[in-house]
Design a protein around this ligand. Structure first.
Ligand code: APR
Ligand code: ZN
Ligand code: ZN
Length: 361
């Protein structure tokens, strides 16, 4: 038996989102229905609404979520009704070349729920990142649910579903930040702020936060930055070199997604340093760099996808650190809102007023 719930849908390109009623089917084999408790507002939701991802309107938005498993379909053994879970974009297959080689975070045969949620007239919805969690309930693949300690507040736990995990993982997984490292983070919004936090957690000795907005630099300091650079007034490459004895940082994390900041990241690293690209560029962006600069500097240039996280490994561990008071995930929750507040939260996000607005259900 399907059920009807309230949800936030982007019906047409550029149009404001609407709070409407959707139909959630019972979970089929390998699927689960989750009662959503909290879901963060992310840039990607706005990109969907603006048609920047694809044209498969209408979209059911929301994808940084935590909630309680309500029902599971046939063959689901890893989670059960009542479990507190964080949702992730994609369930890994366990069979492909990447999975077999022990790198399931690069799985190229991931899946979401097979059935579709619909509008009342039967129109199929495209769930954002295969989740769609600005909804009282949502249908996902069971493998998209990771059980974590239910002592964690839902509005905090859900953050690991996307942006904050991307930043933590850029530092801890992709960048391999280690004890004593110097790290520079360019762009300190939700993602970059989390990269600062992840760097501190990994034992970095020096964490240089770069942004054009002093409010973000203040936040970065609270999250663990040891130095801040406003790149509107100061050349960040020179500043980072100066702060690292003339060398450049061991790890530079780019969390903006623009050509000029990609360039800064490239030149701000130590010769054998690592550049981690986590900011997502648009298709038309290009960057010209002399090949001799690429060849002549050692080190590595890496992109970080979803923080190269493995949800089943990383989510429970990070929630434990949070519950022990060693990881301040609460610092990323700027405000909690209701389902009908998503459109206004988009505006605050665009003005840089918040790290994360989180919908509580
Ligand atoms: N130099 C430095 N910082 C900049 C610049 C710049 N030229 N332009 C913008 N910024 C800062 C903003 O002031 C803001 O603090 O970058 C930050 C971006 O943060 P958010 O808008 O909160 O975005 P966030 O959610 O952190 O995502 C950042 O990572 O995963 C990707 O798609 C995501 O590309 C996006 C990026
Ligand atoms: Zn796989
Ligand atoms: Zn997101």
């Amino acid at each position: 038996m399907s059920q009807q719930v309230r949800a936030v849908v982007a019906a047409a390109k550029g149009a404001p989102v609407e709070l409407t009623t959707i139909v959630v089917p019972d979970p089929g084999p390998g699927e689960a229905v989750v009662r959503v408790q909290a879901c963060g507002v992310c840039h990607t939701d706005l990109h969907y609404r603006e048609g920047g991802i694809n044209d498969e309107f209408p979209f059911l938005l929301g994808h940084e979520a935590a909630g309680i498993v309500e029902t599971v379909g046939a063959g689901v053994t890893e989670i059960a009704p009542g479990d507190f879970v964080i949702l992730n974009w994609r369930a890994v297959c366990g069979q492909c070349r990447a999975c077999r080689r022990g790198r399931p975070q690069y799985c190229f045969d991931t899946h979401n729920a097979k059935q579709r949620m619909t509008l009342l007239d039967g129109t199929e919805l495209s769930p954002a990142l295969g989740i769609g969690a600005f909804a009282e309930k949502t249908l996902v693949a069971a493998g998209q649910c990771t059980k974590v300690d239910p002592a964690a507040a839902p509005e905090v736990a859900g953050l690991l579903g996307c942006g904050v995990m991307a930043g933590l993982g850029a530092a801890m997984n992709t960048g391999g930040v280690g004890r004593g490292d110097s790290v520079a983070v360019i762009g300190c919004g939700g993602v970059g702020g989390a990269a600062v936090t992840g760097s501190r957690l990994a034992g970095a000795a020096r964490i240089i936060a770069v942004d054009i907005d002093d409010r973000k630099l203040d936040t970065a300091r609270r999250l663990g930055a040891t130095h801040t650079v406003n790149s509107r007034t100061t050349d960040p490459v020179e500043a980072i070199r100066e702060l690292t004895g003339g060398h450049g940082a061991d790890v530079v994390i780019e969390a903006v997604g623009r050509p000029e900041t990609y360039r800064q990241a490239f030149y701000a690293r130590d010769l054998a340093g690592t550049v981690v690209l986590v900011g997502v560029p648009t298709p038309e962006m290009t960057l010209e760099i002399p090949l001799l600069d690429v060849f002549g500097r050692g080190g590595a240039l890496k992109s970080s996808w979803y923080g190269d996280c493995l949800p089943s490994r990383d989510f429970p561990m990070l929630i434990d650190l949070y519950l022990q008071g060693r990881l301040d995930l609460g610092a990323f929750v700027s405000e909690t809102i209701r389902l009908d507040g998503v459109e206004e939260a988009f505006a605050r996000m665009q003005h840089g007023d918040v790290l994360r607005s989180v919908v509580l259900l």
